[in-house]
Design a binder for this molecule. Structure first.
Ligand code: FAD
Ligand code: NAD
Length: 479
């Protein structure tokens, strides 16, 4: 007899595993199908984020930052350090250990919450059936009243530079998280989030990093005032960022990878030790649904869903990177919670406000934002006021020797409702949460300006920027 469930989730990344746990908490009999085999050759939960994405990249960002600070950042504190050595194997082992601890942690959470882990490839069939094909080829079919597809995304490959992580010369982010030696030169195609984060890691560890970016606008999704400051900071750090650059061909040579590219000044070529291709990601829909299932897809392969993540098939949902919206772990997790709660009918019909999803880029300085950018407000014709405040006027940032960057607050010019908050500076990832909460509660810039902030804290810059919206900042000259 086929196993039956209330819910079967396909995929155990931050979208799928959170959905599965929440379903189980809501007393729904739940299974999660996951096929991931980790670098030790074992089945693993956690998806891209935990195995080869958010977590290993943040582990290396932290380690490389510590190394870099020891080399260049401590003299100002009167601390002189000699004989610093890089043990890349140890650094990688620490990263792998964190990944193992966290992915094993999900397995424990599944056991505790009675979520069945069905190991193998899941495929949606007709009549609410899911086919699970184990690694050894054994096939099992299970049925469920509700099916949640959370199969994530995969890197885009471009014909001019085909990714081959096994060979290790032209790699995607997974390959660049596993270099066994610091490349002398690293070329990166795409100066987006992955290019900047992993470019920062290897730059700090000693590589000469060149980023070849197709478009002229740097970080086009970010507020362009913040993006300009970021570009200035990254260039100062030695990242060679070439905008408006088109890679036309690559060739493996005895010295590495020869990359030919075109920019406004003509044709160029550079030979790199390693080349990272990070030009975006596409939904992962390989063999996820039998054609007879009738599942509807959109352009570029996204599964078609409405605001509640319902697909065109009753009782079939899709969440995370495989559907529209930003490819961010927390966006997928929130969709997972929303779908689980809607299935259980606990809270009426919930949906997710995409405007209030924070973005973070974990470079140094960190870049973080929530809400609308100035260029979007202009394009949408929404009247707004701006308040900015630099970290250079903040005492905590000064004492940390991290007084770089700024916070920018955008508020509606008539109602004063907060519209956006854009940060470049120390611990932006943490600070932005204050603005996320404020947006969720429809706060005004006046609310932020009237909120008592501890002193000395970095968050005081949020308050100063809010005060600056009405030209009453206390720690800068108001225009
Ligand atoms: P995934 O995490 O991709 O998980 C999908 C899972 O489904 C995988 O485990 C896969 O094996 C499984 N699967 C696929 N098809 C099937 C099938 N047919 N049967 C069974 N299983 C299947 N986001 C952030 O918010 N913060 C960050 O700091 C961040 N850093 C990142 C760094 C890197 C290098 C990368 C690549 C991404 C990063 N992201 C980050 C993005 C984040 O990883 C994704 O947004 C997130 O993982 C999406 O979650 P998901 O659950 O939708 O999919
Ligand atoms: P991205 O969309 O952030 O950046 C891709 C960049 O490549 C863009 O700037 C684009 O203009 C450029 N590009 C596209 N085609 C090109 C070409 N042929 N030549 C040169 N440049 C080209 O994508 P990504 O960096 O690959 O990251 C994928 C996704 O993963 C991100 O969108 C993000 O959602 C997620 N991610 C998030 C984090 C985080 O939250 N901190 C970290 C890493 C990844």
């Amino acid at each position: 007899m086929a196993k039956t469930y209330d819910v079967v989730v396909i995929g155990s990344g931050p979208a799928g595993y959170v959905a599965a746990i929440r379903c189980s908490q809501l007393k729904l009999k739940t299974a999660c199908v996951e096929k991931w085999i980790n670098s030790q050759g074992n089945p693993a939960l956690g998806g891209t984020c935990l195995n080869v994405g958010c977590i290993p990249s943040k582990a290396l960002l932290e380690s490389s930052e510590q190394y870099h600070r020891l080399q260049e950042g401590l003299d100002i504190h009167g601390i002189h350090v000699n004989g610093i050595q890089l043990d890349l194997n140890r650094m990688m082992a620490r990263k792998d250990d964190i990944v193992l601890q966290l992915t094993n942690g999900i397995s424990t959470l599944f056991k505790y919450n009675s979520v069945d882990w069905l190991k193998g490839h899941g495929k949606l069939l007709v009549d609410h059936q899911v086919e699970v094909t184990a690694q050894n080829g054994l096939v099992e079919v299970v049925t469920a009243d509700n099916i949640i597809i959370a199969t994530g995304s995969k890197p885009i490959d471009i014909s001019a530079a085909l990714i081959d992580n096994n060979q290790g010369l032209i790699v995607d982010s997974t390959g660049a998280l596993n270099f066994r030696a610091v490349p002398t030169t690293l070329g990166i195609i795409g100066a987006g989030v992955i290019g900047l984060e992993l470019g920062s890691v290897w730059n700090r560890l000693g590589s000469k990093v060149v980023l070849l970016e197709a478009v002229e606008d740097f970080l086009s999704l970010a507020d362009q005032q913040i993006a300009r400051e970021a570009l200035r900071q990254f260039k100062r750090q030695g990242l060679d960022i070439r905008l408006g650059t088109r890679v036309v061909a690559t060739e493996k040579t005895a010295n590495g990878i020869k990359v030919q590219f075109l920019d406004r000044t003509g044709n160029h070529e550079i030979t790199f030790d390693k080349l990272l291709v990070s030009v975006g990601r596409l939904p992962n829909i390989d063999n996820i649904a039998a054609p007879e299932s009738g599942l509807l897809f959109e352009e570029r392969g996204y599964i078609h869903v409405n605001d509640n993540c319902e697909t065109n098939l009753p009782g079939v949902y899709a969440i995370g990177d495989v559907v529209r919206g930003p490819m961010l772990a927390h966006k997928g997790s929130e969709e997972g919670i929303m779908v689980a709660e809607n299935i259980a009918g606990h809270h009426g019909h919930l949906n997710l406000n995409h405007n209030n999803i924070p973005w973070v880029i974990y470079t140094n300085p960190e870049i973080a934002w929530v809400g609308k950018t100035e260029q979007t407000l202009k394009a949408e014709g929404i009247p707004y006021k701006v308040g900015t405040s630099p970290f250079s006027a903040n005492s905590r940032a000064k004492t940390m020797a991290s007084a770089v960057g700024m916070i920018k607050i955008l508020a509606h010019s008539k109602t004063d409702t907060l519209l956006g908050c854009h940060i470049i500076g120390p611990f932006s990832a943490e600070i932005v949460q204050e603005a996320v909460l404020a947006l969720e509660f429809h706060a005004s810039s006046e609310d932020l300006a009237r909120t008592v902030h501890g002193h000395p804290t970095l968050c005081e810059v949020v308050r100063e920027a809010a005060l600056a919206v009405q030209d009453r900042a206390l720690h800068k000259i108001n225009a």
